[in-house]
Design a binder for this molecule. Structure first.
Ligand code: GLN
Length: 381
């Protein structure tokens, strides 16, 4: 059969998690928490499977969860949203991104993708016959290079996909970034898909600025979010999309035929759990893990700047070796028994900047042990 995605291979997250398992390595590759979610949340989902909420949920998600999320959004960002017309509960942020891209992009439409970029963006554009236009982020801090983005924006540009806090670099967009984007959106009439799955994981007092808080961006943006990242339940595959009614209407036309609706007991459990407002504790929880990991990583001879957000820490070995990042990631997994992600996988053309990414959403003892092993990095280079 002729492939619709001839250049797409197995995702690096699958490859590296398998390699970690085979080598019995500490898996700091694929981004998922290495610990259990709050027992209260586990009790809630058990309760709702017992008490009969086991059939289809409404297409857009149960009202209790949309109400709770709309309330949370007001508390976190001072933002009023309409739970009926602007919220859709989906089967994970990847599905939200796919559905939003599909709602907007048609044949020949150009889509700006800022690289390094999460690997689901490109295929979503390609499957809709759009043309990805890759624009590198600033190589020093991974902030958007507005001059370059402007250069690459044309009358054919329909959409820009952004991600803050950024995977893999952790860069958190500033208010100036939002302002720059809004100028471009107004000038070229662009739509925006904003992947904000790490919204509650920011460090050193930084604040996440949702694109919805900007009056211009609010009208043109699909914000894609994730319960998995916020509540340590990536396996539940549940997320959401927020957009103004006109955009949500189109989004739902796609959503209802991609998956129709999302797992129901999880929705009830989350609606109940959100009342506890545990997401306010997340920055301190993950900042401690980042600091434990980075303290150990300092002895590894890798170079890095402490990540600003997300649960990822990037590090460079460009000063140590010429080995490709993919080769290094596999070698590190087999020989040092620590798995990471080669960041070349976040570039459509596989550009290798000799940077690797570690996920520090793991138990502290595991983080300490991983960095102890990484002290021997030079022995494998
Ligand atoms: N978002 C996660 C990461 O960047 C992985 C998601 C996946 O495996 N598809 O590691």
């Amino acid at each position: 059969m002729k492939s619709k995605l001839p250049n797409i291979q197995e995702t690096i997250f699958t490859t590296m998690s398998r390699a970690a398992l085979e080598a019995n390595a500490i898996n700091l590759s694929q981004g998922f928490p290495g610990f259990q979610p709050d027992p209260r949340l586990r009790e809630l989902i058990a309760k709702y499977t017992q008490t009969g909420s086991n059939q289809y949920a409404p297409m857009m998600g149960i009202p209790e969860l949309r109400a709770a999320m709309s309330e949370k959004t007001e508390k976190c960002y001072g933002l009023q949203t309409d739970m009926d017309k602007e919220w859709t509960i989906v089967s994970g942020a990847t599905q939200a991104v796919f559905s939003a891209v599909t709602a907007v992009v048609g044949e020949g439409d150009e889509v700006i993708i800022l690289e390094p970029a999460f690997d689901s963006y490109d295929p979503a554009v390609l499957l809709n016959k759009g043309i990805p236009v890759h624009v590198p982020l600033n190589p020093t801090d991974f902030s958007p290079d507005w001059e370059l983005i402007r250069e690459k924006t044309t009358n054919k540009t329909k959409l820009i996909i952004v991600n803050t806090p950024h995977n893999p670099s952790g860069y958190v967009w500033t208010l100036e970034d939002l302002e720059e984007l809004s100028n471009l959106v107004e000038e070229f009439g662009l739509f925006v898909v904003s992947d904000e799955v790490y919204e509650h994981i920011t460090f050193d007092g930084r604040k996440h600025h949702s694109l919805l808080t900007h009056p211009v961006l609010r009208q043109r943006t699909f914000v894609c979010g994730s319960f998995g990242k916020t509540f340590h339940i990536t396996g539940w595959k549940i997320g959401y999309c927020i957009a103004v009614p006109e955009l949500t209407e189109e989004f739902r036309k796609i959503h209802q035929y991609v998956t129709f609706t999302t797992v129901r007991p999880a929705q009830h459990a989350l609606a109940g759990y959100l009342k506890l407002e545990t997401f306010f504790d997340l920055p301190a929880f993950y900042e401690k893990k980042r600091d434990i990991f980075n303290e150990g990583l300092r002895n590894s001879s890798l170079e890095f700047e402490p990540t600003q957000g997300s649960f990822f820490q990037q590090a460079s070995y460009a000063h140590l070796s010429e080995i490709s990042d993919k080769e290094l990631a596999l070698k590190m997994t087999k020989e040092l028994k620590v798995a990471c992600i080669p960041v070349s996988s976040f570039y459509a053309d596989g550009s290798d900047h000799k940077i690797i990414r570690f996920c520090f959403a793991k138990n502290d003892t595991e983080l300490v042990e991983a960095t102890r092993r990484l002290e021997n990095l030079s022995s494998i280079l």
